[in-house]
Design a protein around this ligand. Structure first.
Ligand code: CA
Length: 227
């Protein structure tokens, strides 16, 4: 799961990125409302932590703009102000949760788990499903309804598989995949994507799924996962 932190206080932003990365999430930061808005519009994020008091334009405005653009990514608002007015404003604009600063990291992590589960639609099942293919988001285990074998994925394999499974039957460009899995600052070469796709194909074959990753010439890859 990839999380964007829109927070202008550099110390807090870096601390959040470190904590989330340590918990196995992918995390990027943005320092103002405009940068945050632009990054959310890439569609690369599964969850956004959005501060309210931000330079350029504030968190409520970011939220208003992304919802107007049709982005339904879950948003947890962060703010030093705990006035009822802010809370109601954020919720009205489509925030999923609200956390008042200062907060303890365990509380933030609990909220993230709660909001992301709500998005998956089921509280008990930690598995992502695409066609007959299952990916356990807790154990990184890949399995299929058609076979009895399962296999554990490495961290980057998992991030790539998760991205494909959250976007079934949609072509994802090499650039999107690189940004999503390796991040903006990584100097990962595009052919890393091809290497990891070949790893995943072997593991998908092993678990005997009917789903497959097809190459779209000159663009990228698509997970074909018909029921
Ligand atoms: Ca702030």
């Amino acid at each position: 799961m990839k999380i964007l932190i829109v927070e202008d206080e550099e110390g807090l932003r870096e601390a959040l990125i470190r904590t989330l990365t340590g918990e196995g999430y992918l995390a990027d930061g943005a320092a103002d409302g405009d940068e945050g808005y632009q990054l959310i519009c890439t569609g690369l994020y599964d969850l956004v932590l959005l501060d309210i008091m931000l330079p350029v334009y504030d968190g409520l405005e970011v939220l208003r703009r992304i919802r107007k653009q049709g982005f339904r990514v879950p948003v947890i608002m962060l703010t030093a102000r705990s006035t009822l007015e802010d809370k109601v404003g954020g919720m009205d604009l489509g925030a999923d949760d609200y956390l008042t600063k200062p907060f303890a990291m365990p509380e933030l992590l609990a909220r993230i788990r709660m909001v992301s589960r709500r998005g998956a639609g089921s509280a008990a099942d930690s598995r992502l499903k695409a066609g007959d293919l299952y990916l356990d988001t807790q154990t990184y285990t890949l399995s299929s309804a058609s076979g009895s074998r399962s296999v554990r994925l490495g961290a980057k394999e998992y991030q790539l598989m998760e991205y494909l499974m959250r976007n079934p039957d949609r072509v994802l460009s090499r650039e999107q995949i690189t940004q999503r899995v390796w991040g903006y600052d990584a100097d990962a070469e595009y052919n890393n994507v091809d290497v990891y796709v070949s790893f995943l194909r072997k593991k998908m074959k092993f678990v005997q799924t009917g789903a497959r990753i097809t190459a779209v010439r000159g663009v990228g890859y698509e997970l074909e996962a018909e029921e």
